[in-house]
Design a binder for this molecule. Sequence first.
Ligand SMILES: Nc1ncnc2c1ncn2[C@@H]1O[C@H](COP(=O)(O)OP(=O)(O)OP(=O)(O)O)[C@@H](O)[C@H]1O
Length: 235
Amino acid sequence: MNQELINVQGLTKTFGAKPALDHMDLSVGRGRIVGLLGPNGSGKTTFIKLLCGLLHPTSGTLQIDGHSPGVETKAIISYLPDRMYFADWMKASDLTDFFADFYSDFDRQKALEMFSALSIRQNERLKTMSKGTKEKVQLALIMSRKAQLYLLDEPIGGVDPAARDFILNTILTNYNENGTVMLSTHLISDIERVLDEAIFLQNGKVVRHDTVDNIREQEGKSVDQLFREIFSYSS
Ligand SMILES: Nc1ncnc2c1ncn2[C@@H]1O[C@H](COP(=O)(O)OP(=O)(O)OP(=O)(O)O)[C@@H](O)[C@H]1O
């Protein structure tokens, strides 16, 4: 087993002439909960899509568990995209069938328990659910896999504060503890209590990667406060 779960060297992704990721270097270990933080357009979604193999690097290398993105890595990554990808006619129960068919590491019982705790009805169709409820359904499914790497792109943006707490506790207590959760969000103050590490991205580069404990000790401030300072707009 490779010691680090994610290893990235000189990773660059350009769209046209503009780099979305610009010679990014990063390594992330196992069993960590990591916040991928940065202002709009800093490259968070691009990085997550590269890890998933949905985008290909322009240059540089990217390895997950010692493999470049491909069949091996797709099997160990559970990905929550920033947009819903299921058909609207599907019911919550269709989705659990779908996940059970597709993923051998899917724990149906766990998903059903989460649905019940979040008051999601099995026979309700996505079409009739609110945006926040759809997000809860997706997240419950994604977190019910026993994956090595959970990639969550803005997992709590659309849900109410009570559901946010439930979801964060779910992330904290229910995921495969040898796995790593990487989540991107703008809601830093809401999530920082569950984070082990924070990665700050700016213009496609890692400007700080540290443990949350180090940030609090060395800076004497929360991750949210540090973020606001680093990325403040001058007026
Ligand atoms: N398909 C694309 N074609 C062209 N440019 C793109 C494409 N996808 C992303 N970009 C550009 O790459 C940069 C990084 O975008 P990305 O979506 O990764 O940022 P982000 O940090 O996730 O932003 P946000 O917080 O707003 O979701 C932006 O300048 C964006 O305009």
